[in-house]
Design a protein around this ligand. Structure first.
Ligand code: IPE
Ligand code: IPE
Ligand code: MG
Length: 253
């Protein structure tokens, strides 16, 4: 047994999270610490995406949601944004055969129309090619931010109300959820942020209301399979109470 296999064997197979979300942070600092340019960190980060996707799929996780590019990231230097967009298109094309072989379905969340034409076409191609897949659903958040998404949802609901299709008094939490880009996807059980920052950076604000949060100082390119299993083991040791008392939760089991 390798050290990784041993760690995996410590996981309770009955308590694998259904949905894991990740904030993939720390590429720039990783590059700097190795004397490289920031974009080299993003390129290196692609291999972590590859590993994390494979491991999630192998463990039977149903949804993996990755924050790849935020609405605010558009304000970075043009050169970095251009390289990132190129990398995203290149990576999705390169990964497609293995994604298909592993039955992984690609879903795009965010203001995808803002992505330049070439990478966007590659993303759409991968999404359509994997639409039939029934294994892991890989949600790629691109040009995504939670406030953008919630604002869009409010607009849609307000329009429906103005047209008389919706009674404002009857708008439910479920209606709001159904107007988000994540409609139909269960809320994340676990949110992992790499890179050492303890913040959410405009990610899935509505959806993480009761998610377990896990922060690691590992920079995204260094985030290893062992680190991922460590986060899952930590998750399995927590008691999710959803506002109830500990006794209530225990008696319900
Ligand atoms: C995360 O790494 C990737 C993106 C935001 C696209 P960063 O580029 O934010 O890396 P740091 O935080 O500067 O190290
Ligand atoms: C969050 O990382 C966005 C992504 C990982 C895509 P940032 O590096 O943009 O977040 P801040 O600026 O440190 O909050
Ligand atoms: Mg960052």
């Amino acid at each position: 047994m390798t050290p990784l296999e041993k760690k995996i064997s410590e996981l309770d197979p009955n308590r694998i999270p259904v949905h894991v979300a990740m904030i993939m942070d720390g590429n720039g600092r990783w590059a700097k610490s190795h004397g490289f340019v920031r974009s080299d960190g993003h390129a290196e980060g692609v291999s972590t995406v590859h590993r994390v996707t494979k491991l999630s799929s192998d463990l039977g996780i149903k949804y993996l949601t990755l924050y790849a590019f935020s609405t605010e990231n558009w304000n970075r230097p043009k050169e970095e944004v251009d390289t990132l967009m190129y990398l995203i298109g290149w990576a999705i094309e390169r990964e497609l055969p293995e994604l298909l072989a592993n039955n992984v379905k690609i879903v795009l969340l965010g203001d995808i129309e803002r992505i330049p034409d070439e990478p966007r076409q590659r993303l759409f191609y991968a999404r359509n090619a994997t639409a039939h897949c029934t294994g892991l659903q890989l949600n790629m958040c691109l040009s995504y931010s939670s406030r953008w998404e919630i604002t869009e949802a409010v607009r849609q609901i307000a329009k429906a109300a103005a047209e008389g299709k919706v009674n404002p008094d009857h708008i439910s939490e479920e209606d709001v959820s159904n107007h988000l880009t994540t409609a139909g996807i269960p809320d994340p059980d676990l949110l992992i942020r790499t890179g050492g920052e303890h913040r959410i950076s405009n990610y899935l604000l509505w959806q993480i209301a009761y998610s377990e949060l896990y922060f690691t100082s590992a920079l995204w390119p260094d985030f290893s399979d062992e680190d991922y299993i460590e986060a899952l083991l930590d998750f399995q040791n927590r008691e999710r109470r959803f506002g109830l008392t500990g006794d209530q939760v225990k008696n319900n089991k």
